[in-house]
Write a protein that binds this ligand. Structure first.
Ligand SMILES: [Mn+2]
Length: 394
């Protein structure tokens, strides 16, 4: 599959997988799509994120789900190039048409959806997001409960006319959602819990954008013990925020990012959840993990034993070494639209080059992309002033 698919969305002719249990309710839980990522840096990579989104929408049709949950960070920042936003709007319009508006997309804002990316003036006017625009166009349902109101008033039923609300009922499922609650979501947990009406006739989902402490090293998150109280009223805590997938106690679910938004994402297990709920005496759920076809990556290490006289000589050496290493892999082609064409992570080690040989990352990236089957390059320089012996390097 290739990311070129985004230019020709084909949601009409998908083969639907028949459902074995007609009484079950099905949904897909995805998160952290980061649309707009890499849009200034690399167009092929920027399309990868739209492609991942298209893949999620396709899976929603193939599995005939009742709704689709997006746990925040749908966009990577408030800055979107018009061309990319147009593609996303067209994709959602087409999805709505093909599904006859029978599969609602339910989203919340993550920290990235409300973040200004570039330097310059501080962004003061809060409360804006592209998700709000998509909701106002009727393309998604944005759940945005007002957490400043008393608990019994904060989750207002979604109003399809005003296109606003904090909860929505689909069949026997009630979904509650708020925007990103900031750095200390723990403060709001009791209030959220009190706002959710306990009723065992319904299956309750709470959609939130925060992580759980301990699931990712050195990344702060909510203490698992403090969240226990929600278990009384919430059957499925649908999270977004951490790009690494995790499931806790068959109750807390975090699918991870849909496409690798940063270098560490490439090594994480990530994807989406396909959930089916059936009610007999009580509700039972079956959660299937689905991996999305993502962009591949590749690491290369180059060790400089000598100092180069010119930058050009050094670049030439890098290209030659990479060519040699890539030759072993005969299946690679030069089509950057193909997600099998990897992002290259290049680690340069050894003797620090002379000042006049200082690497221009942009220049070297371009040179590598022209000469090797890679879509983009990330260059890391770990030079030392003294040549280490080979054994310390190994
Ligand atoms: Mn994210």
């Amino acid at each position: 599959m290739t990311s070129a698919k985004v230019f020709d969305p084909n949601l009409e002719n998908l083969t639907i997988i028949p459902c074995d249990n007609k009484h079950s309710i099905k949904f897909i839980h995805a998160s952290d799509i980061h649309l707009g990522s890499h849009q200034y840096r690399n167009d092929y990579r920027a399309n990868d994120f739209i492609f991942a989104f298209e893949e999620i929408l396709s899976l929603a049709i193939i599995h005939q789900v009742d709704f689709l949950l997006l746990g925040g960070d749908v966009f990577t920042s408030l800055e979107m190039l018009p061309g990319k936003l147009t593609k996303i709007v067209n994709l959602l319009t087409n999805f709505k048409k093909v599904t006859k508006n029978q599969i609602l997309i339910i989203a919340i804002e993550g920290n990235h959806d409300i973040r200004k990316f570039s330097r310059g003036q501080r962004f003061k006017q809060r409360g804006q997001s592209w998700l709000k625009l998509l909701a106002s166009l009727g393309l998604i349902i944005l759940l945005d409960a007002d957490v400043e109101l008393p608990p019994d008033e904060m989750f207002k039923e979604y109003d399809f006319k005003a296109r606003k609300g904090g909860k929505i009922r689909i069949k026997n499922v009630v979904i509650y959602g708020t925007r990103y609650l900031g750095q200390n979501p723990e403060e709001y947990l009791l209030k959220l819990n009190n706002g959710i009406v306990k009723d065992d006739d319904f299956f309750h989902i709470l959609l939130q954008h925060f992580g759980i402490k301990g699931q990712m090293e050195h990344v702060p998150g909510v203490d698992y013990r403090r969240i226990q109280m929600l278990k009384e009223r919430v059957n499925y805590l649908a999270l977004g925020h951490f790009h690494l997938q995790f499931i806790l106690d068959d109750w807390i679910f975090n699918p991870g990012s849909s496409e690798a938004a940063c270098s560490s994402d490439f090594s994480f297990i990530r994807g989406i959840f396909l959930v089916s709920i059936t009610k007999n005496e009580i509700y039972t759920k079956c959660v299937k993990k689905i991996r999305l076809p993502n962009r591949t990556s590749r690491w290369e290490h180059i060790y400089f034993k000598t100092e180069f006289r010119t930058k050009e000589k050094m670049y030439e050496c890098i290209i030659q070494k990479l060519k040699k290493s890539f030759e072993l892999d005969k299946n690679l082609d030069f089509n950057p639209s193909n997600i099998q064409t990897p992002v290259l992570f290049l680690l340069l080690k050894g003797k620090k080059p002379f000042y006049r040989c200082k690497i221009d990352k942009k220049e070297l990236t371009q040179l590598i992309c022209e000469n090797l089957p890679v879509v983009d390059v990330r260059i890391y320089q770990k030079f030392s002033d003294f040549l280490k012996t080979l054994d310390t390097f190994i």
